[in-house]
Design a protein around this ligand. Sequence first.
Ligand code: ADP
Ligand code: MG
Ligand code: MG
Length: 873
Amino acid sequence: KKYVYTFGDGEAEGDKSMKQLLGGKGANLAEMSAIGLPIPPGFTLSAEICDYYTHYDGQWPEGVEEQVQESVRYLEKLMDLSFGDASDPLLVSVRSGAAISMPGMMDTVLNLGLNDQSVQGLAEKTDNERFAYDCYRRFIDMFGNVVMGIEHEQFEEELQALKEKEEVTLDTQLGVEELKELVNRYQTVYRRGTGKDFPQDPNNQLHLAIDAVFRSWNAKRARTYRKINRITGLVGTAVNVQAMVYGNMGKDCATGVCFTRNPADGTNELYGEFLVNAQGEDVVAGIRTPRNINELNEDMPESYDELVEITDKLEQHYQDMQDIEFTIQQGRLFILQTRNGKRTGAAAVKIATDMVEEELISRKGAVANLVEPGHLDQLLHPQLSQSDIEEDAIIGRGLPASPGAAVGKVVFSSEKAEQQHEKGDPVILVRIETSPEDVGGMSAAEGILTSRGGMTSHAAVVARGWGKPCVAGCGDIIINYENQSFSNGETTIHEGDWISIDGAKGLVIEGQKPVEEPSFGDDYHAFMRWVDDIRDMDVRTNADTPEDALRARDFGAQGIGLARTEHMFFGEERIKAMRRMIISESEKERKRALEGLLPYQREDFVEIFEAMEGLPVTVRLLDPPLHEFLPEEDEEIKSLSRELDIPLRDLNQKIRVLKEFNPMLGHRGCRLGITYPEITQMQTRAILEAAVRLKKEGKRVEPEIMIPLVGTSEEFIHQHEVVDHMADEVFAREGERVDYKVGTMIEVPRAALVADKIAEEAEFFSFGTNDLTQMTFGYSRDDAGKFLEPYLKEGILENDPFQVLDEEGVGTLVRIATEKGRSVKKDLKIGICGEHGGDPSSVRFCYELGLNYVSCSPYRVPVARLAAAQARL
Ligand code: ADP
Ligand code: MG
Ligand code: MG
């Protein structure tokens, strides 16, 4: 069986479609090699080996050893060098890379193949001793750290000590003798850490390094990253072994990273950083401050031109913005990696519309591939309002690494960030720089601030990927971990103090600044038009107020899928009337109290219908258990008793009677309307009187009355009759009719199972997936927090079923109800109005079932529109 795939010299055994097997890095190296780009040759060990390694206690499958040896011979031949040769050694890098890119998650070892002998050979052959020993000390450090688990700090301390002794600040200022000394010191660190000498046999080095990459797949930080990003379904990481090219041979060498477009705002410009005389990680590790890629044009114009040419070619080939690593060895350019670049929401939309304009990609292609639903979500994030930022509140300016505003209390460690976040405190994580160990804290924080590192530093890359505001490399501030504070020389900020950051401008601001709603540009609107052209499933919104309704229309909602009426009863006067209704002793009293509510309710509907201008509006009748409307505190109960003129004892008695053991399974939903039909009557009257009034004013209205919590068709028939009866009354009195529909929420599992019977009576279905999930799992939504977290940690559940629709269980009920409903009424209008209506994967599921619409909160409407379009492509 084939486990190892070679690439090099204009050919490759793999290609870009083989990511599952070769990982993103390996598949793209193969692809680039095949299209003739200058790629150092190498080979890729497939992810299947990692899977085997994990399951068979660190063993490789049969035949892999031989395939690796063969591939090494192939490399030697292409490079005309030999692995382990003492006088002119072939050196390689060992690089991890899974199917989905995980920046900085898995480690890389460079310069592998060196030993005490061959380092001298390399020095002689290249006539560059400094270079050879620079490679060797890097190799010992990386190998010690990545493969043997010695802390990088221990090597770093030696380096610092030596620099101090020599009174220099940069690595590049160390001479040959110092580097030799460093190699000795590193070997001592290695011996101290492992109890063994540094391994001298290159084959042994290679084997150990490959194993280390396989192991790193299951390291805690890699698992955390996969969990946070919900990366599942991968068997492991591939390993790439690739001939080294050297960016550290002198002034005509360099290494760098670049994006084909600006990943923060999408501008079509080469964007990136490089360092002269440096290797690999130096650019992202923040060892020296990297230089802007444009300056490469001055230093090495030929290489720069070639780089521009290749980046253009890569963008055209992949039809997407690329994130590229390159190295220049003595004036020769090599590409070491390419992948689709992570970008902010704003950049994603701009790049998509620009690429369509440049005819690089079709509209369909752009909608399908260039913008993710999450990108749109980011665009909707609040920004700091300009007028509220006084110049002297700005305590630092750093790089605008990831846009959006974040406001929170300062913490200096990831641990602390996670703790505070658990308590519900918003925090800003402030670090000199971040490393993969910090991802938990970064995820918990509202925003991230670092004092060191560039636009491609770990903090910047991870934050952009998550759409989390980040200011990076803010050199204006000095962080003191010991005192838990940072300062710009004038102002000192301590742990727990509030700051605000603006990730689009790179500003750090003292205090808790107000944020404002975002605005949208032309490219956003153009893109969303393409989305709507492609999409054929409607997107509605859940809105209870005219303000929400208007906002949702701005976001493109095509109707209201759920207007909850109970939220309308909480105003000051209203709650009084509501309470009076609830504690009424007789039907007559209750009716009188309801009369008091009618005008408010009617006014609400007039405004909501007006806001929606003739788009359908689904109004759900009263749903929650009544005691939710009653006061709980003694003081409040006392004052209610005075207000309603009821003896305190009687009121307390009444409240006690209304208490239920399981209110969510108690006297609520249509059960209220059946026991107190006058509630349904009042609500129907309010809805239809509002509709009639608007119709008389010449406006269009499309009311849909929805009966909640139906479990039997008899319940529905009962309420349907009450509604129709009242409707006739209203129309007769008003001398005007409006068309209205009566339908039901499907949220009790039984309703899904008898949906055909219910459909005979109902004019529409709407899946209330919140309750349906609650009742299908038997998880109380209000108590599930206690066990959902551990369930997710243990992997008992893959997702929180209240966020992502459980297709297997709850989804089966949705499918059954849809099929049964439509078996009776072919064109039955069916939608979904739970939280899930705004979750992309759930939207896809609804599309595949053939639902007519999804309904979600206003801010999720653009997300759902894109998800619905992508589901169709
Ligand atoms: P990561 O996924 O963390 O970026 P990589 O495997 O891409 O890890 O490598 C880390 C750094 O080493 C990158 O800057 C890369 O360009 C550099 N590098 C990797 N392989 C080679 C090589 N064969 N020659 C020169 N530089 C290399
Ligand atoms: Mg890389
Ligand atoms: Mg419900």
